[in-house]
Design a protein around this ligand. Structure first.
Ligand SMILES: *Cc1c(COP(=O)(O)O)cnc(C)c1O
Length: 392
C-alpha cells in the first residue's frame, strides 16, 4: 500500500523515525542537546546545509522531527516546525513572515494571548491589525489594504465556538494574493484540515487535544515549504523550539488522537443536547447542534463538532458564581482538551484582558461558561453540571 493511500489513524500510528540500533518498537527519547560529526568536513557540510542531518536540538531533533512529520501527514502539509507552546508557534509565525509596516486582517474572535499580540506588541513594530466579526466574512475584502500580508482566523473560535467558512477565506486570500493562516487548535487535524480549503499555514497549540491529557505544552506550525523555511530560520535563531521530551509525549499522543477525539465529540454533543433543554440555561452553542448559527458551514468543513460547548447560565454574574462554586467533579481550570472535563468562566479568566466592548464583540457574556468536555462517562458529566445548575 502506498503511503499516500493510508488513512488518518494509520498515519498517526505508523509515522516513526527510522529504525535504530536496538530496533525498539516504540520510538526512543533522544534527550540530547547536540549531535556529533565524523570529521571536520561533515561538520562544515552540515552547517552549510549541504547535508540534511541533526546538528543541535534548537534546530531539529529526531523526536521533534517525528512529531512534525506526523502533523504534516495528518494536515496534508509539506513541512513544519515544532514550538515549546502554541503561543510560541503563533508569535514566531507572524514574526518570521511580517515586516515593520505590514498589516493583518483577523477575525475579532481569537485566543486571548493572540489578541494581546495584535493589540499590545505588534504595534511596537508598526504592524497593525483590522478585525472582522465572525458573522461578517463579507467584510473581509473591504479591510484589505496595500500592505496587508496575512488573513488570520480560528475555527471553531475560542471561547464562543463560532465557525468561519474556511473555503470562503481561502478564496479571498487567493484572490488578493495574501497568506491565510488558520489556528486549528479546537478542531485538531482529525476534525478539519484547513490546507484543503486554501490555508497556507496551520497552527496548533499541541497543549490541548493533541496531547489530550493535560501533561505537556507544545505548538506546531505546518504548511507551504517556502514559508516554513522562513519560520525555521527565524526560530533557529530565536529559540522557541519544542523540547525533545515533550515532542516524544506529543507524538505518542497523536497515535490515539482519532479515538480520543471521536469520544470527546460524542460526549460533547450529548452534553450540548442536554443543556439545550435545561431550564437554567439561556443558550447553548455547539457546532453540530442544528441551532448553531453556522451549523451548515460546520457540517461542510468538520468531521464532528469538537469538544467545546459554550453556554450561558441564568442569573448573570451571580448565577455564574453560584454555578462554578457548585461544581463537584468537573475541574475549574483554564486549560482545555484534557481527559478531564473542565469548566471555565472566560469573562473573568482567559479573556479578562478584553475591555467590555471587545468582550461583547466576541460574544462573551458574564454568565457564559466554556466547557471542555472530557472522557469521563457522559452520565457523570451531565449529573455534575445538572446539580450545579439546580443551585441557581
Ligand atoms: C491554548 C491556545 C493557544 C495557545 O497555546 P499554548 O500552548 O497555551 O501556548 C492558541 N490558540 C488557541 C485557539 C488556544 O486554545
Amino acid at each position: 500500500m502506498s503511503k499516500e493511500k493510508q488513512h488518518f489513524e494509520t498515519l498517526a500510528v505508523r509515522t516513526q523515525t527510522e529504525k535504530t540500533q536496538f530496533l525498539e518498537h516504540a520510538t526512543p527519547m533522544y534527550l540530547t542537546s547536540g549531535f556529533v560529526f565524523e570529521d571536520a568536513e561533515e561538520m562544515r557540510a552540515s552547517f552549510a546545509e549541504e547535508k540534511e542531518r541533526n546538528l543541535y536540538s534548537r534546530f531539529s531533533n529526531p523526536n521533534t522531527s517525528e512529531f512534525v512529520d506526523k502533523v504534516c501527514k495528518l494536515e496534508g502539509a509539506e513541512a513544519g516546525y515544532a514550538f515549546a507552546t502554541g503561543m510560541a508557534a503563533v508569535f514566531s509565525t507572524f514574526a518570521a513572515l511580517l515586516d515593520a509596516g505590514d498589516h493583518i486582517v483577523s477575525a475579532r474572535s481569537v485566543f486571548g494571548s493572540t489578541h494581546s499580540l495584535f493589540t499590545k506588541y505588534f504595534p511596537k513594530w508598526n504592524i497593525e491589525t483590522s478585525y472582522f466579526h465572525v458573522n461578517e466574512i463579507d467584510k473581509v475584502e473591504s479591510l484589505i489594504q496595500p500592505n496587508t500580508k496575512i488573513i488570520y482566523a480560528e475555527s471553531p473560535t475560542n471561547p464562543g465556538v463560532d465557525i468561519l467558512d474556511l473555503e470562503l477565506l481561502g478564496e479571498i486570500a487567493k484572490k488578493h494574493n495574501l497568506l491565510l493562516v488558520i489556528d486549528n487548535c479546537f478542531a485538531t487535524p482529525y476534525l478539519q484540515n484547513p490546507i484543503q480549503f486554501g490555508a497556507d499555514l496551520v497552527i496548533h497549540s499541541a497543549t490541548k487535544l493533541i496531547d489530550g491529557q493535560g501533561r505537556v505544552l507544545g505548538g506546531v506550525t505546518v504548511g507551504k515549504k517556502e514559508l516554513i523555511r522562513e519560520i525555521y530560520l527565524f526560530s533557529r535563531n530565536t529559540g522557541p523550539a519544542l523540547s525533545p521530551f515533550n515532542a516524544w509525549v506529543l507524538s505518542k499522543s497523536l497515535e490515539t488522537l482519532a479515538v480520543r477525539v471521536e469520544k470527546h465529540c460524542e460526549n460533547a454533543l450529548k452534553l450540548a443536547q442536554f443543556l439545550e433543554e435545561h431550564p437554567k440555561v439561556n443558550w447553548v452553542k455547539y457546532p453540530f447542534l442544528a441551532s448553531h448559527p453556522q451549523y451548515r458551514v460546520a457540517k461542510k468543513q468538520m468531521r464532528l463538532g469538537g469538544n467545546i460547548v459554550a453556554f450561558e447560565v441564568k442569573g448573570g454574574v451571580s448565577g455564574g458564581e453560584t454555578f462554578f462554586n457548585s461544581i463537584k467533579m468537573c475541574s475549574l481550570s483554564a486549560n482545555l482538551g484534557d481527559t478531564r472535563t473542565i469548566v471555565t468562566h472566560p469573562a473573568s479568566t482567559t479573556h479578562s484582558k478584553l475591555n467590555d466592548q471587545d468582550k461583547q464583540a466576541v460574544g462573551i457574556t458574564n454568565g457564559m461558561v466554556r466547557c471542555s468536555v472530557g472522557l469521563e462517562h457522559i452520565d457523570d458529566i451531565i449529573a455534575d453540571l445538572d446539580q450545579a445548575l439546580r443551585e441557581l
